[in-house]
Ligand binder design. Structure first.
Ligand code: MOS
Length: 703
């Protein structure tokens, strides 16, 4: 197995595979790049959301008159006067979260639910008025209590079947030589991206235009068109720069409220969410309670594997955090049972958050594997290698490629795993106990249909247009390199324009499928354009334009288990006097398809790994039983890993081009966080001899 060293060696001829700085990097660091909340519009009005202060009940009345009399106030929208929207439809990702269908009824399903939008000439006037708006509620008692013992939990599908079962679990457990049976929990976690959700809506010559910050212009067009009963062709969504998404930047209350206000007022209206509003209106990762039962022969071969996960959702929308999903891909067993369950509470609706399902699921499963290795007296890597499946354990499908063993071998070599004494609690350095841990990672490697437009300009440059979203990943730069190679020109002759639904339908930046799906369409269009130019065509003043549509090609992909894989390694030091855990170094080796731009790919992967440190040690949103809200719903109260918490983190990859993708891409958006928290937790066990099955591993839990 060959490896590439980050940023120094090419995996292919041409631009792809060599390190390139972001094409918009200079614009971003100089402030020239403008984000949704700061793009100027003539005659712009500003909306400010008012959210509920009770966790359950009804709106009895809203005292709009005093607020309407305040300076600059133009309107107060609420459930009695706002335009009606359609909510009964299936969108790009299924049934939408009705949290975004604001002001349609008087019910309050959770604290922080939007009850009104105050619109004024300036944002300050809107805020002042919104903060003085009095809303009367008929309060009802609420229930926000999440626990594994909820009798009202039920199995639910989400984006995979709720339950998958083969074999006789109890019989295989009885026949096993080594058994692990534990419960693992992960807390409520929030995305908290730097750029808050923001949108400006306006009507322009009969067309609705929304300037937004999202993960897919096509997605937002589709949802808004359905909600407002418009022809999708009469909706345009632009989203050129996005300051982080992580799964939460789809359709949210702010776009819908802005469209309503622009419709009522006949002028552009901007709605920007506050940081606190984001904690209740933009989704989050549900807490999970997971039970894992493993049974193995003395040689470590799995006879029984059970992974059951419970998450919470709101009373308005069913969102499933499919934490039992990774087991269906990672390990086979004679009896293999997995189930995702959910309980409905009076809380905001959770949503996709980086590696939904895999991030918390891998914590439980990969911790349990480590516990099984201990019981079998086997090295944790050896245990995993002995359980490498030939085919998808549940699906029975062949893997498109599965280079997990190569990740472990390369990672073990570089991390220095061979010298590791497996016994816990032995290494001491002053007041620090030292340990190392590992975990496996996987994430789906899919593709979605996209269209792209490639134009040869008369001046010898090329323009590529695609409704892609660069949410900070470097997608725009990756697409530039892919187009340059397909056109056989240097990247500085290629300009890639993204973030505009008028460029045609395209995949979202989600599911780790963005760059892969867009790259396919860009390569297809650019390759065909190059073919035309090779015929010696003269370039007319309007240029020569080629369009691609990958719907048929993507739809023709054979059914296989398509995944990226990885091996995570962590070294920790645990302070025996304070319980503080310091991660000293991390290494992640990934088999995640062809790497287009090693520079930004490395950033994407280490970003995920750092989030894994944060998940393992810091992050938890604590819901207050009395109010139904969160303690510290802001970036001061929500603890995340910062520079001082982040040591030397190294990410690299083994050669693993996807055999069925024209560029060879699999997707690296999410796999960096998968297994990272388990690697840290397993290292804490190795340091101290104590298992931590509840995240985060806070000092008070360590002591
Ligand atoms: Mo990702 S959680 O699919 O944006």
């Amino acid at each position: 197995m060959t490896t590439t060293t980050t940023g120094t060696r090419s995996t292919a001829k041409g631009a792809t595979g060599t390190a390139h700085t972001r094409v918009e990097g200079r614009d971003k660091v100089t402030g020239a790049a403008r984000y949704a909340g700061e793009i100027p519009f003539a005659d712009l009005a500003h909306g400010w959301l008012v959210v509920s202060t009770v966790a359950r009940g009804r709106i009895r009345s809203i005292d709009t008159a005093p607020v309407l009399a305040q300076p600059g106030v133009l309107a107060v929208l609420h459930h009695e006067n706002a335009p009606r929207v359609e909510t009964d439809y299936v969108g790009m990702l299924g049934v939408p979260d009705p949290t975004c269908a604001v002001f349609q009824h008087d019910r309050v399903p959770h604290l922080g639910w939007p009850v009104a939008l105050v619109v004024a000439e300036t944002s300050e006037q809107a805020r002042e008025a919104a903060e003085t708006l009095v809303v009367h509620y008929e309060q009802e008692s609420h229930d926000v209590e999440f626990s594994s013992a909820r009798p009202d939990a039920y199995p639910a599908d989400g984006y995979m079947p709720a339950v998958a079962e083969k074999g006789d679990l109890e019989a295989e457990l009885v026949a096993s030589d080594a058994i692990v049976d534990e419960e693992y929990t992960t807390p409520e976690e929030h995305h908290g991206m730097m750029e808050p959700h923001a949108a400006t809506a306006l009507w322009d010559g009969g067309r609705l235009e929304v300037v937004d910050s999202n993960q897919g212009a096509t997605w937002v067009v589709g949802e808004l068109a359905k909600m407002f009963s418009l022809d999708p062709a009469s909706v345009r969504v632009r989203s050129e720069h996005v300051g982080g998404g992580f799964g939460s930047k789809g359709v949210r209350a702010h776009q819908v409220a802005a469209v309503m206000a622009a419709t009522v007022l006949h002028r552009p209206v901007r709605v920007v969410m506050t940081r606190r509003q984001m904690f209740s209106l933009t989704g989050y990762r549900s807490p999970t309670a997971q039970r894992v039962r493993l049974g193995a022969d003395a040689d470590g071969r799995l006879r029984a594997l059970e992974h059951r996960s419970l998450n919470l959702t709101s009373t308005v929308h069913e969102f499933i955090e499919s934490a039992a999903g990774p087991a269906r891909v990672m390990y086979d067993a004679d009896a293999h049972h997995t189930a995702n369950r959910v309980v409905r509470l009076d809380v905001p609706t959770p949503t996709y958050m980086r590696a939904p399902g895999e991030a918390p699921g891998s914590f439980a499963l990969e911790s349990a594997l480590d516990e099984l290795a201990e019981k079998c007296g086997l090295d944790p890597i050896e245990l995993r290698l002995r359980n490498e499946p030939e085919r998808g354990p549940v699906s029975g499908l062949p893997f498109s490629s599965r280079n997990l063993p190569a990740c472990f071998r390369e990672g073990a070599r570089r991390f220095g795993w061979a010298d590791r004494d497996p016994r816990p609690g032995l290494r001491r350095e002053g007041r620090w106990l030292l340990g190392t841990g590992t975990a496996a990672a996987s994430f789906g490697a899919g593709a979605g249909p996209s269209t792209a437009v490639a134009t040869a300009e008369p001046d010898g440059t090329f323009t590529v247009r695609i409704a892609a979203a660069d949410i900070g990943t470097g997608a725009r730069t990756a697409l530039t390199l892919i187009a340059a190679d397909a056109l056989e020109v240097s990247p500085d002759r290629v300009r890639v324009r993204i973030g505009d639904s008028d460029f045609g339908p395209a995949m979202i930046a989600g599911g780790s499928m963005g760059t892969r799906s867009w790259g396919w369409a860009v390569m297809t269009a650019a390759t065909e354009l190059r073919g035309r130019l090779a015929l010696g065509a003269d370039i007319p003043p309007e240029g020569i334009t080629v369009r691609s549509d990958t719907t048929a090609a993507v739809g023709a992909l054979a059914r296989k288990e398509r995944h990226s894989f990885g091996a995570q390694f962590a070294e920790v030091a645990v302070d025996v006097t304070t319980g503080e855990v310091r991660v000293r170094r991390m290494l992640g080796i990934f088999a995640a398809g062809r790497i287009v731009n090693p520079l930004t790919a490395r950033s994407q992967l280490i970003g995920g790994m750092i989030w894994g440190i944060s998940m393992a040690l810091h992050e938890e949103a604590i819901r207050d039983r009395a109010t139904g809200g969160l303690y510290g719903a802001d970036l001061a109260g929500y603890h995340v890993a910062t520079h001082a918490d982040v040591p030397f983190v190294e990410a690299d990859w083994v050669d693993d081009p996807d055999p069925d993708d024209p560029v060879g891409i699999k997707g690296i958006g999410e796999i960096g966080i998968v297994g990272a928290a388990a690697a840290v937790a397993n290292a804490v066990w190795h340091a101290t001899g104590v298992r931590h099955r509840n995240l985060p591993i806070r000092p008070d839990r360590v002591l």
